[in-house]
Design a protein around this ligand. Structure first.
Ligand code: HEM
Length: 147
């Protein structure tokens, strides 16, 4: 259980922490410093590298989460909430990866900056939603046992 919980929380830190930096630090700095074509190329490079770690985090969070949950009887309410929110976050990430991120890569390849801007705008909204859900889930995970 201890190793699972460690992997669970480390994966949360990588995923939620990465979204926090991307959304609240990199995004405004990129808008200030770069023109749209450079900005779109930068984000394509950032996402390509970050999403590899997010895939690992998603597999570890779901794997350790369901494994720990499987040994709980009954399963506490806060764990059911965390599981539901975690599965929703994973579905949103997979949509981002296969849909707007795919469009962003193609737009940059074809220097279609308008389409690239639209795809990046959609990624920004969905990462914003997942960041809020991730912070909520950390609260549920930490405070749940005390409620
Ligand atoms: C990004 C999504 C998630 C975040 C941020 C998150 C966060 C956390 C945190 C902070 C803890 C507390 C660790 C501790 O006690 O020190 C925890 C524990 C746990 N999480 Fe998650 N979790 C997420 C997704 C999930 C999912 C999808 C499941 C189930 C499928 C799950 C099941 C559990 C279980 C069973 C525990 C142990 C609870 C206990 O021992 O009281 N979590 N999680």
């Amino acid at each position: 259980m201890l190793v699972e919980k460690l992997l669970h929380v480390l994966s949360d830190v990588v995923w939620v922490g990465g979204m926090f930096v991307a959304y609240l630090a990199v995004r405004p700095a990129a808008v200030e410093a770069l023109e749209p074509p450079q900005r779109l190329k930068l984000w394509t490079g950032i996402f390509a590298r970050f999403f590899r770690w997010v895939w690992l985090a998603v597999f570890l969070i779901l794997g350790t989460g369901f494994s720990m949950m499987g040994r709980m009887s009954p399963v506490p309410g806060y764990v059911l909430v965390m599981a539901g929110v975690g599965v929703l976050m994973s579905a949103i990430f997979m949509h981002v990866y296969f849909a707007p991120f795919g469009r962003l890569k193609r737009a940059v390849q074809h220097e279609d900056w308008k389409a690239g801007g639209a795809a990046l705008g959609q990624i920004r909204i969905l990462i914003g939603v997942n960041l809020a859900l991730g912070l909520l889930n950390i609260g549920v995970g930490m405070l749940g046992p005390m409620l």
